[in-house]
Write a protein that binds this ligand. Structure first.
Ligand code: FE2
Length: 375
Protein backbone atom coordinates (compact mmCIF):
# COMPACT_ATOMS: atom_id res chain seq x y z
CA UNK A 1 0.00 0.00 0.00
CA UNK A 2 2.71 2.57 0.90
CA UNK A 3 4.54 1.52 -2.27
CA UNK A 4 1.45 2.28 -4.34
CA UNK A 5 1.11 5.70 -2.74
CA UNK A 6 4.77 6.40 -3.49
CA UNK A 7 4.42 5.20 -7.04
CA UNK A 8 1.40 7.35 -7.68
CA UNK A 9 3.16 10.34 -6.11
CA UNK A 10 6.10 9.74 -8.45
CA UNK A 11 3.77 9.53 -11.46
CA UNK A 12 2.06 12.76 -10.47
CA UNK A 13 5.39 14.48 -9.99
CA UNK A 14 6.32 13.46 -13.48
CA UNK A 15 3.42 15.25 -15.07
CA UNK A 16 3.67 18.49 -13.10
CA UNK A 17 6.73 19.21 -10.96
CA UNK A 18 6.13 22.48 -9.08
CA UNK A 19 9.15 24.26 -7.65
CA UNK A 20 7.05 26.34 -5.24
CA UNK A 21 4.98 29.53 -5.07
CA UNK A 22 6.39 32.22 -7.36
CA UNK A 23 4.22 35.16 -6.30
CA UNK A 24 0.78 36.11 -5.01
CA UNK A 25 -0.96 38.95 -6.83
CA UNK A 26 -3.59 41.08 -5.13
CA UNK A 27 -6.07 43.31 -6.93
CA UNK A 28 -6.77 46.35 -4.78
CA UNK A 29 -8.47 49.74 -4.93
CA UNK A 30 -5.35 51.74 -4.13
CA UNK A 31 -2.06 49.90 -4.68
CA UNK A 32 0.11 52.76 -3.44
CA UNK A 33 -1.55 52.71 -0.03
CA UNK A 34 -1.84 48.91 0.21
CA UNK A 35 1.88 48.58 -0.63
CA UNK A 36 2.65 51.14 2.09
CA UNK A 37 0.74 49.01 4.61
CA UNK A 38 2.56 45.81 3.65
CA UNK A 39 5.92 47.61 3.86
CA UNK A 40 5.42 49.39 7.17
CA UNK A 41 3.13 46.90 8.98
CA UNK A 42 4.30 43.53 7.58
CA UNK A 43 7.85 44.70 6.84
CA UNK A 44 7.98 43.85 3.14
CA UNK A 45 10.55 45.51 0.88
CA UNK A 46 9.56 47.27 -2.34
CA UNK A 47 11.60 45.47 -5.02
CA UNK A 48 10.05 46.48 -8.34
CA UNK A 49 7.29 48.59 -9.87
CA UNK A 50 5.40 49.06 -13.09
CA UNK A 51 2.90 51.77 -13.98
CA UNK A 52 2.61 54.98 -15.99
CA UNK A 53 6.22 55.94 -15.18
CA UNK A 54 7.41 52.72 -16.84
CA UNK A 55 5.10 52.97 -19.84
CA UNK A 56 2.09 50.98 -18.53
CA UNK A 57 -1.00 53.14 -18.97
CA UNK A 58 -3.87 51.16 -17.45
CA UNK A 59 -2.59 49.78 -14.12
CA UNK A 60 0.12 50.06 -11.47
CA UNK A 61 1.83 47.15 -9.67
CA UNK A 62 4.16 47.10 -6.68
CA UNK A 63 6.36 44.02 -6.11
CA UNK A 64 7.06 43.43 -2.42
CA UNK A 65 9.42 40.87 -0.91
CA UNK A 66 10.41 39.46 2.45
CA UNK A 67 12.41 36.23 2.71
CA UNK A 68 11.06 34.04 -0.11
CA UNK A 69 7.63 35.71 0.02
CA UNK A 70 6.73 37.79 -3.03
CA UNK A 71 3.50 39.81 -3.25
CA UNK A 72 2.40 41.89 -6.23
CA UNK A 73 -0.11 44.63 -5.41
CA UNK A 74 -1.99 45.80 -8.50
CA UNK A 75 -4.62 48.48 -9.10
CA UNK A 76 -6.46 49.69 -12.20
CA UNK A 77 -6.01 53.28 -13.39
CA UNK A 78 -9.38 53.48 -15.11
CA UNK A 79 -12.90 52.02 -14.88
CA UNK A 80 -14.15 49.16 -17.05
CA UNK A 81 -10.90 47.37 -16.43
CA UNK A 82 -10.60 43.72 -15.30
CA UNK A 83 -8.73 44.78 -12.15
CA UNK A 84 -11.33 47.46 -11.30
CA UNK A 85 -14.16 44.97 -11.94
CA UNK A 86 -12.50 42.42 -9.64
CA UNK A 87 -12.18 45.03 -6.88
CA UNK A 88 -15.79 46.15 -7.39
CA UNK A 89 -17.05 42.62 -6.83
CA UNK A 90 -14.63 41.26 -4.24
CA UNK A 91 -13.02 44.24 -2.57
CA UNK A 92 -9.26 43.97 -2.18
CA UNK A 93 -8.22 40.34 -2.46
CA UNK A 94 -6.03 37.69 -4.00
CA UNK A 95 -6.40 37.41 -7.75
CA UNK A 96 -3.55 35.07 -8.56
CA UNK A 97 -1.44 32.41 -6.88
CA UNK A 98 1.50 31.94 -9.23
CA UNK A 99 3.39 28.66 -9.21
CA UNK A 100 6.93 28.22 -10.43
CA UNK A 101 7.68 25.45 -12.90
CA UNK A 102 10.80 24.33 -14.70
CA UNK A 103 9.12 23.98 -18.08
CA UNK A 104 6.02 26.06 -18.81
CA UNK A 105 5.17 24.30 -22.08
CA UNK A 106 5.30 20.87 -20.45
CA UNK A 107 3.17 22.14 -17.56
CA UNK A 108 0.72 23.68 -20.03
CA UNK A 109 0.19 20.49 -22.00
CA UNK A 110 -0.08 18.46 -18.77
CA UNK A 111 -2.79 20.61 -17.16
CA UNK A 112 -4.63 21.16 -20.44
CA UNK A 113 -4.83 17.40 -21.06
CA UNK A 114 -6.15 16.97 -17.55
CA UNK A 115 -9.01 19.41 -18.03
CA UNK A 116 -7.72 22.76 -16.74
CA UNK A 117 -9.65 25.80 -17.98
CA UNK A 118 -6.99 27.85 -19.76
CA UNK A 119 -7.31 31.61 -19.17
CA UNK A 120 -4.21 32.73 -21.02
CA UNK A 121 -2.13 30.73 -23.47
CA UNK A 122 1.63 30.46 -22.94
CA UNK A 123 3.42 33.73 -23.62
CA UNK A 124 7.09 34.58 -23.64
CA UNK A 125 8.23 37.86 -22.08
CA UNK A 126 11.72 39.14 -22.76
CA UNK A 127 14.00 41.97 -21.80
CA UNK A 128 17.76 42.43 -21.45
CA UNK A 129 17.69 40.22 -18.31
CA UNK A 130 16.36 37.17 -20.12
CA UNK A 131 13.16 35.26 -20.84
CA UNK A 132 10.10 34.28 -18.78
CA UNK A 133 7.33 31.97 -19.97
CA UNK A 134 3.88 32.06 -18.38
CA UNK A 135 0.31 30.84 -18.81
CA UNK A 136 -2.76 30.93 -16.56
CA UNK A 137 -5.61 28.62 -15.60
CA UNK A 138 -8.80 29.11 -13.59
CA UNK A 139 -9.09 27.95 -9.98
CA UNK A 140 -11.99 28.44 -7.49
CA UNK A 141 -14.13 31.55 -7.98
CA UNK A 142 -12.21 34.17 -9.94
CA UNK A 143 -8.90 33.02 -8.50
CA UNK A 144 -6.21 32.22 -11.05
CA UNK A 145 -3.07 30.08 -11.11
CA UNK A 146 -0.32 31.47 -13.28
CA UNK A 147 2.58 29.13 -14.06
CA UNK A 148 5.95 30.82 -14.33
CA UNK A 149 9.13 29.46 -15.91
CA UNK A 150 11.98 31.82 -15.04
CA UNK A 151 15.20 29.75 -15.06
CA UNK A 152 16.59 31.90 -17.85
CA UNK A 153 15.65 35.23 -16.25
CA UNK A 154 18.05 37.27 -14.14
CA UNK A 155 15.88 40.36 -13.55
CA UNK A 156 14.21 41.38 -10.27
CA UNK A 157 10.71 40.20 -11.18
CA UNK A 158 9.34 40.11 -14.73
CA UNK A 159 10.13 41.93 -17.97
CA UNK A 160 8.39 45.33 -17.88
CA UNK A 161 9.06 45.95 -14.18
CA UNK A 162 11.61 48.50 -12.99
CA UNK A 163 13.80 47.38 -10.11
CA UNK A 164 13.76 49.52 -6.94
CA UNK A 165 16.26 49.44 -4.19
CA UNK A 166 18.17 47.50 -2.92
CA UNK A 167 17.23 49.39 0.25
CA UNK A 168 13.68 50.36 1.21
CA UNK A 169 13.63 52.97 3.96
CA UNK A 170 9.93 52.29 4.68
CA UNK A 171 10.25 48.53 5.10
CA UNK A 172 10.46 47.19 8.64
CA UNK A 173 11.33 43.49 8.25
CA UNK A 174 9.66 41.15 10.73
CA UNK A 175 11.46 37.86 10.05
CA UNK A 176 8.83 36.40 7.71
CA UNK A 177 10.46 33.62 5.64
CA UNK A 178 8.11 31.89 3.23
CA UNK A 179 4.48 31.02 2.54
CA UNK A 180 3.50 27.96 4.56
CA UNK A 181 0.01 27.47 3.10
CA UNK A 182 -2.79 29.40 1.40
CA UNK A 183 -6.41 28.60 2.20
CA UNK A 184 -9.36 28.82 -0.19
CA UNK A 185 -13.00 29.17 0.87
CA UNK A 186 -15.50 27.54 -1.49
CA UNK A 187 -19.29 27.20 -1.41
CA UNK A 188 -21.07 24.53 0.56
CA UNK A 189 -20.82 21.20 -1.22
CA UNK A 190 -17.87 22.28 -3.40
CA UNK A 191 -14.89 21.23 -1.25
CA UNK A 192 -14.60 17.77 -2.79
CA UNK A 193 -14.85 19.11 -6.32
CA UNK A 194 -11.97 21.54 -5.72
CA UNK A 195 -9.90 18.96 -3.86
CA UNK A 196 -10.38 16.71 -6.91
CA UNK A 197 -9.30 19.57 -9.20
CA UNK A 198 -5.99 19.88 -7.32
CA UNK A 199 -5.57 16.12 -7.35
CA UNK A 200 -6.50 15.42 -10.95
CA UNK A 201 -5.34 18.57 -12.72
CA UNK A 202 -2.30 19.61 -10.66
CA UNK A 203 -1.24 16.23 -9.23
CA UNK A 204 -1.67 17.22 -5.57
CA UNK A 205 -2.49 14.69 -2.87
CA UNK A 206 -4.76 14.82 0.16
CA UNK A 207 -2.48 15.83 3.02
CA UNK A 208 -4.96 16.24 5.87
CA UNK A 209 -8.70 16.24 6.30
CA UNK A 210 -10.86 17.96 8.92
CA UNK A 211 -14.58 17.42 9.21
CA UNK A 212 -17.23 19.36 11.08
CA UNK A 213 -16.63 17.27 14.21
CA UNK A 214 -13.08 18.61 14.34
CA UNK A 215 -14.05 22.21 13.69
CA UNK A 216 -17.35 23.27 15.14
CA UNK A 217 -18.97 25.36 17.82
CA UNK A 218 -22.65 25.48 18.71
CA UNK A 219 -22.95 28.19 16.06
CA UNK A 220 -20.90 27.33 13.06
CA UNK A 221 -18.65 24.76 11.53
CA UNK A 222 -16.44 24.08 8.56
CA UNK A 223 -14.91 21.18 6.73
CA UNK A 224 -11.46 21.32 5.22
CA UNK A 225 -9.24 19.23 2.96
CA UNK A 226 -5.57 20.14 2.79
CA UNK A 227 -4.12 19.42 -0.66
CA UNK A 228 -0.32 19.40 -1.14
CA UNK A 229 1.97 19.05 -4.13
CA UNK A 230 4.62 16.31 -4.40
CA UNK A 231 7.51 18.17 -2.73
CA UNK A 232 5.18 19.55 -0.02
CA UNK A 233 6.16 23.17 -0.73
CA UNK A 234 2.70 24.12 -1.93
CA UNK A 235 -0.21 23.45 0.42
CA UNK A 236 -3.74 24.54 -0.29
CA UNK A 237 -6.38 23.78 2.35
CA UNK A 238 -9.90 24.06 0.86
CA UNK A 239 -12.69 25.02 3.28
CA UNK A 240 -16.43 24.75 2.90
CA UNK A 241 -19.04 25.85 5.43
CA UNK A 242 -20.89 23.22 7.44
CA UNK A 243 -24.23 23.52 9.17
CA UNK A 244 -24.46 25.42 12.43
CA UNK A 245 -27.15 27.30 14.32
CA UNK A 246 -25.98 30.58 12.85
CA UNK A 247 -23.96 31.80 9.93
CA UNK A 248 -20.56 30.11 9.51
CA UNK A 249 -17.50 32.38 9.23
CA UNK A 250 -16.95 30.74 5.84
CA UNK A 251 -20.40 31.90 4.73
CA UNK A 252 -19.65 35.38 6.01
CA UNK A 253 -16.54 35.37 3.82
CA UNK A 254 -18.46 34.06 0.78
CA UNK A 255 -21.10 36.77 1.25
CA UNK A 256 -18.64 39.61 1.48
CA UNK A 257 -16.20 38.32 -1.14
CA UNK A 258 -19.18 37.56 -3.39
CA UNK A 259 -17.99 34.02 -3.97
CA UNK A 260 -15.06 31.68 -3.42
CA UNK A 261 -11.59 33.08 -2.86
CA UNK A 262 -8.45 33.06 -0.75
CA UNK A 263 -9.33 33.19 2.94
CA UNK A 264 -5.91 33.33 4.54
CA UNK A 265 -2.22 33.18 3.77
CA UNK A 266 0.05 31.58 6.37
CA UNK A 267 3.52 33.12 6.58
CA UNK A 268 6.30 31.17 8.29
CA UNK A 269 8.83 32.55 10.75
CA UNK A 270 11.49 30.80 12.82
CA UNK A 271 11.02 33.15 15.78
CA UNK A 272 7.33 33.79 16.25
CA UNK A 273 7.76 35.75 19.48
CA UNK A 274 10.07 38.23 17.78
CA UNK A 275 7.99 38.36 14.58
CA UNK A 276 4.65 38.92 16.34
CA UNK A 277 6.18 41.51 18.71
CA UNK A 278 7.39 43.45 15.66
CA UNK A 279 4.14 43.06 13.72
CA UNK A 280 2.07 44.20 16.72
CA UNK A 281 4.26 47.25 17.26
CA UNK A 282 3.96 48.02 13.53
CA UNK A 283 0.18 48.05 13.72
CA UNK A 284 -0.87 44.57 12.55
CA UNK A 285 -4.10 43.65 14.35
CA UNK A 286 -4.50 40.12 15.68
CA UNK A 287 -7.52 38.19 16.91
CA UNK A 288 -8.12 38.32 20.63
CA UNK A 289 -7.65 34.98 22.33
CA UNK A 290 -9.93 34.24 25.29
CA UNK A 291 -7.80 34.24 28.51
CA UNK A 292 -9.18 30.80 29.34
CA UNK A 293 -7.16 29.47 26.41
CA UNK A 294 -3.86 29.93 28.27
CA UNK A 295 -5.13 28.38 31.49
CA UNK A 296 -5.64 25.10 29.65
CA UNK A 297 -2.62 25.36 27.37
CA UNK A 298 0.24 23.74 29.28
CA UNK A 299 -1.79 20.66 30.18
CA UNK A 300 -2.87 20.36 26.55
CA UNK A 301 0.52 20.65 24.84
CA UNK A 302 3.13 19.87 27.53
CA UNK A 303 6.64 21.29 27.51
CA UNK A 304 7.60 23.79 24.85
CA UNK A 305 10.65 26.04 24.39
CA UNK A 306 8.74 29.33 24.55
CA UNK A 307 7.68 30.99 27.83
CA UNK A 308 3.90 30.72 28.23
CA UNK A 309 3.62 34.24 29.61
CA UNK A 310 5.09 35.62 26.37
CA UNK A 311 2.73 33.55 24.24
CA UNK A 312 -0.17 34.76 26.34
CA UNK A 313 0.97 38.42 26.21
CA UNK A 314 1.19 38.25 22.41
CA UNK A 315 -1.89 36.05 21.86
CA UNK A 316 0.05 33.21 20.20
CA UNK A 317 -1.64 29.80 20.02
CA UNK A 318 0.10 26.43 20.31
CA UNK A 319 -0.80 22.91 19.24
CA UNK A 320 0.90 19.52 19.37
CA UNK A 321 0.71 16.29 17.39
CA UNK A 322 2.89 13.11 17.19
CA UNK A 323 5.62 14.91 15.25
CA UNK A 324 6.07 17.96 17.45
CA UNK A 325 4.31 21.25 17.99
CA UNK A 326 3.51 24.46 16.20
CA UNK A 327 2.85 28.06 17.20
CA UNK A 328 0.39 30.20 15.27
CA UNK A 329 -1.57 33.42 15.40
CA UNK A 330 -4.23 34.93 13.14
CA UNK A 331 -4.66 38.56 12.12
CA UNK A 332 -7.94 40.36 11.79
CA UNK A 333 -9.06 40.78 8.17
CA UNK A 334 -6.73 43.25 6.45
CA UNK A 335 -9.57 44.90 4.53
CA UNK A 336 -12.86 46.48 5.63
CA UNK A 337 -14.75 43.51 4.22
CA UNK A 338 -14.30 40.49 6.54
CA UNK A 339 -12.38 38.54 3.89
CA UNK A 340 -8.62 37.95 3.62
CA UNK A 341 -6.52 37.60 6.77
CA UNK A 342 -3.06 36.27 7.65
CA UNK A 343 -1.66 33.55 9.85
CA UNK A 344 1.86 33.70 11.27
CA UNK A 345 3.20 30.20 11.94
CA UNK A 346 6.33 28.65 13.44
CA UNK A 347 6.68 24.89 13.09
CA UNK A 348 8.56 22.94 15.73
CA UNK A 349 8.23 19.51 14.14
CA UNK A 350 4.47 19.49 13.64
CA UNK A 351 3.30 19.47 10.03
CA UNK A 352 -0.31 20.02 11.09
CA UNK A 353 -2.53 23.08 10.88
CA UNK A 354 -3.42 23.60 14.54
CA UNK A 355 -6.47 21.34 14.68
CA UNK A 356 -6.46 21.62 18.47
CA UNK A 357 -6.72 25.40 18.12
CA UNK A 358 -9.66 25.46 15.75
CA UNK A 359 -12.13 25.34 18.59
CA UNK A 360 -10.45 28.17 20.50
CA UNK A 361 -10.00 30.12 17.30
CA UNK A 362 -13.60 29.67 16.24
CA UNK A 363 -14.82 31.04 19.53
CA UNK A 364 -12.57 34.08 19.00
CA UNK A 365 -13.64 34.48 15.36
CA UNK A 366 -17.31 34.31 16.29
CA UNK A 367 -16.87 36.99 18.92
CA UNK A 368 -15.54 39.23 16.12
CA UNK A 369 -18.30 38.17 13.73
CA UNK A 370 -20.93 39.02 16.35
CA UNK A 371 -19.29 42.45 16.79
CA UNK A 372 -19.79 43.04 13.06
CA UNK A 373 -23.47 42.04 13.37
CA UNK A 374 -23.03 39.05 11.03
CA UNK A 375 -23.69 36.16 13.42
FE1 FE2 B 1 -3.88 28.19 8.29
Amino acid sequence: MPLLAEQSAALRQEFLPLLGTDFVEFYVGNAKQAAHYYRTAFGMRLAAYQGPETGIRDRASYVLEQGKIRFVITTALRPNHPVADHVYRHGDGVHCIALRVEDAMAAYSAVKTRGARILSEPTELRDESGVVRMFSIAAYGETVHTFVERDRYEGVFLPGYSPIGPADSLARPAGLKHIDHMVGNVAKGDMNRWAAFYENVLGFQLYQHFDDHDISTPYSALMSKVMANGNGRVKFPINEPADGLKKSQIEEYLDFYQGPGVQHIALATDDIIDTVSRLRSQGVEFLEVPPAYYEALSSRIGRIDEPLDQLSRLGILADRDDEGYLLQIFTRPVEDRPTLFYEIIERKGSQGFGKGNFQALFVALEAEQARRGNL
